[in-house]
Design a binder for this molecule. Structure first.
Ligand code: BGC
Length: 820
């Protein structure tokens, strides 16, 4: 059969690649957060001592399905060299690289010894927690300049949580010694942190002489160039933290019970409730090392309120942002927080309501930003009567450039309690959870003259949700097609074709899933699903053997390093002998870094760049954005997720969604729905939390992507929520997602989450999870057996099948290869 693929026979750098690199560069520039600076940055000249594991082995992104197979990533060393820096420590760097190569080889060899017949093998193989060696001691190294950079780096990824140990959350003794030596030996010392989430910052007080701290996170392909441009002053940093950085890990509420730390990975209790990140630090008066929303620039800005208004329930605050520095241009982020009144419900001190980022402002230049939000979306969930309410009282508006640097700019008065919406309860707890409750916020006298806006009595009409089986897709062409199918054929459509082979007509090498091609000749294309979120994860080089076999040339993921050499040889094609097809995609900064840009326009551009790659190679579902909340810095997948704040997460993920879905037939798949907040035992753990916390914190980002950006697909998670596996949760997949938010697309499982002992295939369909991935024979059997047992009805199967068929029929691949 003819191989239908859009992969190219030319490996030349295309115009699209160049343009996307530019987007990746811009995102990397805006993602870096300058945490501290006593004038060491920007550097005064280009002769620099460069140390630390992240200098030449810069980590561009985390590991697991979130890896991206880009053509090449620019390291810090390379970026600085390309931008004309003179590095005085090349001897140390080369020595470090040799040490790294030896230790990494030993790590890989040890991984190959994993017993593949033991349970949890995949997880063990997937886990890539190689931490780079420190390099030789620095104290005795020659000093040839006055400026020094040390790059500490940390790797994390799917399959395991980070460790609250030296070498991961904490610095090692050798790293401490190295940093101490740098701080002592050089007049200007800059510490750079290259990690997908925070470190314990306790060391900052122990080591004097750290002049600047730059958190670069993990910046993707163009990170090295962006870094060089920021430290030289060509670009002023404009990133703001998307998480609160604690002074010490012990300050994080219930941090000691997180994941494996309390010896219980079967149940995770979200005892902090809604008090996640700054919601905790601000409400309980705990001083962070660096607050949410914080980040320095090379210049100074003022942010002045220029008027507030209330139109219905929409609040707008105009912010005048002026660059009042004399030397550098830069961008600033204006942030608007809302403090709800004390009432019967306990509440966080404040929460982010809106934000906006300026263009690059030259010294003296000014820009007016409109920050707006709907008061309805700031209501609190009252479990007692299952409703979102705005309690009566004064809602204070705070404007500033970080959560801890704001001024009061206005007050919205709600004279009588407003019930915004009435719901049915979802996801009941198995046993009561003793949650934190914040003390009442001290009364603040709003300054006289501050705008006071009174919410009109009829401004908000209560929404009453109705629940039940969602209406079937009414597209006549879909229904006509379904009429031609037997139930067992519908079951074929409801499972993917499996990960290891299976029939496809349209082929995208490196896609991680495919729908069936059995019905191609009857008018239904097969479509592909490819991972993200830091870009489009596909195979960059594919070989076609003389016998017509299609094989990868490069190992697509570090997981495969655990395979024995002879298996790898069998798996891989030979670029010298076989015909080579190319697919180069861009590694963008990881989501945790993208979040630090606080730039919705730029996120649209990132989505647009990914859409262009999807179109070029024929990907229909992009398995991203991933939007779980940063509940704790130790979560192994935090790098793939945006922030501790659901509204920042939702707004940025919605902007990416709009970019990806700008043309019909290209879909995001927002994941992992919901509460995948730790990786250890992720396939079996139950995330236990109150309904209020679930709704206000952990579902909110998904709700924003669905309601505001019409996300077309959702991926359920591996974990349970309050004891129920999420694909089997009617409350999540139907009541919240479809009945309340109006979702009409496809819900799919995460890969192999309906394996034996986990979620049930048939119950998943009955609950509103349409597509079982990656699929294959046993999953189909599960559906049909479930039908016999009465776990799912024919009507459920038909409804789910209609959702899947509709999205395939609307896909670009269907249009192109099969026609309307
Ligand atoms: C991950 C998903 C991913 C899927 C396919 C799973 O292990 O949790 O995020 O999309 O694999 O690679």
């Amino acid at each position: 059969m003819e191989l239908l693929t859009k992969a190219s026979y030319s490996g030349e750098v295309s115009q699209r690649e160049k343009e996307n690199l530019q987007v990746a560069y811009q995102a990397a520039c805006e993602a870096m957060v300058l945490l501290k600076n006593n004038g060491a940055l920007p550097l005064k000249h280009k002769k620099v001592a460069l140390y630390g594991p992240g200098a030449s082995m810069t980590i561009k992104g985390g590991t697991g399905s979130g890896e991206v197979n880009e053509r090449h990533s620019v390291t810090i060393l390379e970026g600085m060299t390309n931008r004309g820096f003179e590095i005085t420590t090349m001897d140390w760097i080369r020595d470090f690289e040799a040490q790294y190569a030896a230790e990494h080889a030993a790590y890989k060899a040890a991984k190959q010894k994993i017993n593949i017949f033991k349970p949890n093998t995949i997880m063990a193989m997937m886990k890539d927690d190689f931490q780079a060696p420190p390099g030789r001691p620095i104290a005795q190294e020659p000093v040839e300049t006055d400026s020094c950079i040390y790059v500490v780096s940390r790797q994390a990824g799917e399959g395991g949580d980070r460790k609250a140990e030296k070498g991961d959350l904490f610095l090692t003794d050798t790293e401490m010694d190295a940093i101490r030596a740098c701080a002592e030996n050089y007049e200007h010392f800059i510490l750079v942190i290259n990690s997908g989430s925070a470190l314990d910052m306790g060391f900052v007080n122990e080591i004097p002489g750290i002049d600047a701290i730059l958190y670069i996170c993990q910046l993707g392909t163009e990170g090295g160039h962006a870094f060089a441009d920021v430290i030289s002053g060509a670009v002023s940093p404009s990133g703001k933290l998307a998480d609160t950085w604690a002074k010490q890990y012990a300050d994080i509420p219930f941090g000691e019970e997180y994941s494996y730390l309390d010896g219980n990975v079967a149940n995770e209790y979200y005892k902090e409730g809604i008090y996640v990140g700054y919601r905790y630090f601000d409400s309980f008066g705990v001083e962070p090392a660096y607050p949410f929303g914080f980040g320095l620039s090379y210049t100074d800005f003022t942010i002045h309120p220029a008027g507030c208004s209330l139109d219905g329930s929409k609040v707008t605050v105009k912010a005048n942002v002026t660059n009042v520095g004399g030397e550098f241009s830069g961008r600033e982020v204006a942030q608007l927080y809302l403090s709800a009144p004390n009432g019967k419900l306990h509440k966080e001190y404040q929460s982010l309501a809106a934000f906006g980022k300026t263009e690059v402002l030259a010294p003296g230049a000014r820009q007016e930003l409109d920050l707006f939000f709907d008061l309805k979306n700031m209501a609190s969930y009252r479990e007692e009567d299952a409703s979102y309410v705005l309690e009566a009282g004064e809602y204070l508006l705070r404007l500033g450039n970080s959560s801890r640097n704001t001024i009061l700019v206005g007050v919205v008065v709600v004279e009588q309690e407003v019930i915004v919406s009435r719901h049915a309860h979802i996801c009941p707890v198995q046993a009561p959870i003793e949650e934190l409750k914040a003390p009442e916020r001290a009364e603040e006298a709003a300054a006289p003259g501050l705008p006071r806006m009174i919410l009109a009595k009829d401004a908000i009409e209560t929404v009453e949700y109705t629940y039940g089986t969602p209406a079937a897709c009414d597209d006549p062409k879909v229904q006509a097609f379904l009429d031609t199918l037997k139930i067992s054929e519908m079951a074929d459509i409801l499972v993917g074709i499996g990960m290891f082979g299976g029939e496809t007509r349209f082929n995208l090498p490196g896609s991680v899933g495919n729908t069936t091609s059995k019905f191609w000749d009857r008018g239904l294309a097969n479509v592909t699903l490819c991972d993200g979120p830091a870009g489009l994860r596909i195979q960059k080089r594919t070989g076609i053997t003389a016998k017509g076999k299609v094989k990868p040339i490069d190992l697509a993921m570090s997981i495969f390093e655990a395979f024995p050499d002879f298996v790898k040889k069998l798996m891989l094609a030979d670029p010298e002998k076989d015909t080579v097809l190319y697919q180069y995609t861009t590694a963008f900064p990881v989501a945790a870094a993208l979040a630090q840009t606080w730039n919705e326009k730029l996120m649209f551009e990132v989505g647009n760049a990914i859409y262009r790659e999807m179109k070029e190679y024929g990907c229909t579902y992009w398995l991203a954005p991933a939007i779980n909340i940063h509940r704790n810095p130790l979560c192994g997948r935090n790098f793939e997720y945006f922030s501790e704040d659901p509204r920042l997460t939702g707004a940025l993920a919605a902007a990416i969604t709009r970019g990806v879905q700008q043309e019909d037939g290209f879909y995001v798949t927002v994941k992992h729905f919901a509460c995948n907040n730790n990786e250890d035992n992720r396939n079996f753990v139950s995330s236990n939390l109150s309904e209020r916390t679930l709704r206000e914190i952990y579902l909110r980002g998904f709700e924003i992507c669905v309601r505001e950006a019409d996300a077309k697909a959702i991926m359920t998670s591996y974990n349970k929520v309050n004891g129920i596996y999420t694909p089997n949760s009617h409350d999540l997949c139907t009541k919240a997602l479809r009945n309340e938010w109006g979702f009409k697309g496809v819900v799919m499982t995460d890969w192999f989450s309906t394996n034996k002992g986990q979620a049930d295939n048939a119950v998943a369909l009955a609950s509103g999870n349409d597509l079982i991935m990656p699929g294959g024979g046993s999953f189909k059997k599960g559906i049909l057996n479930g039908l016999k047992k009465g776990l799912v009805t024919e009507a459920d199967i038909r409804r789910c099948c209609a959702n899947v068929v509709k999205s395939i029929m609307d896909s670009q691949i269907q249009r192109e290869y099969i026609g309307k």
